[in-house]
Design a binder for this molecule. Sequence first.
Ligand code: TMP
Length: 212
Amino acid sequence: MDKHATGKFIVFEGGECVGKTSQIKLLAERLRVFGHDVVVTKEPGGGGEEPRRIRELLLSGTLSPKEEIELFIKNRRLHVANLIRPSLEKGCIILCDRFSDSTFAYQCYARNLGIESAQLLDADARQGVAPDLVIVLDMPVERALERLSQRKGEVSAFDREKREFHERVRAGFRAVAKAFSHNHVVLNADASQESVATAVWGVIVERFPGIV
Ligand code: TMP
């Protein structure tokens, strides 16, 4: 994070159905007990009418890979400017469901777009804002696909991709986490919700001792 900000920016990453949303909810509740002002947000999306429309279009599966990455980047630019940076400046803890790593894992590793140009686009959209911590929830693709087949509600074009696509996404997340180990932690998500929550809390307390 840049020097003007005082809050914390924590991102959860991982493939489909690894439990990010539930873990973010549990962590937000826990942090609020300690009196923190917590903002929960996600990409694609991020609040407001335009991000909502962008999300719908991105999940529809009607875009070319190039249009797709450009729209994810546009969404990130709006998200950082309208919500993330202002919330950090107010001292909030932001819990964000997906951010830059999803672009690298899905568009670069899984869709084969160039990582260097994606990094440049992403850095330009973030304008100096970067996660203090990225927690990657990891599980075998087979297990995640089992969960996906039982899930009710929104099914996106990404959810319908083949198993090999999801394997490349997983490999992408793990490679990015290894390359940027200073602010990334990979946790095994193929466990009960409670034990994953305990592991998440352990990482938070270790990384940010002043938080409790
Ligand atoms: P979700 O909000 O239900 O996780 O779905 C969002 C989908 O968008 C998910 O399949 C991952 C994908 N995605 C990308 O491909 N690139 C990105 O940069 C982001 C943020 C998400």
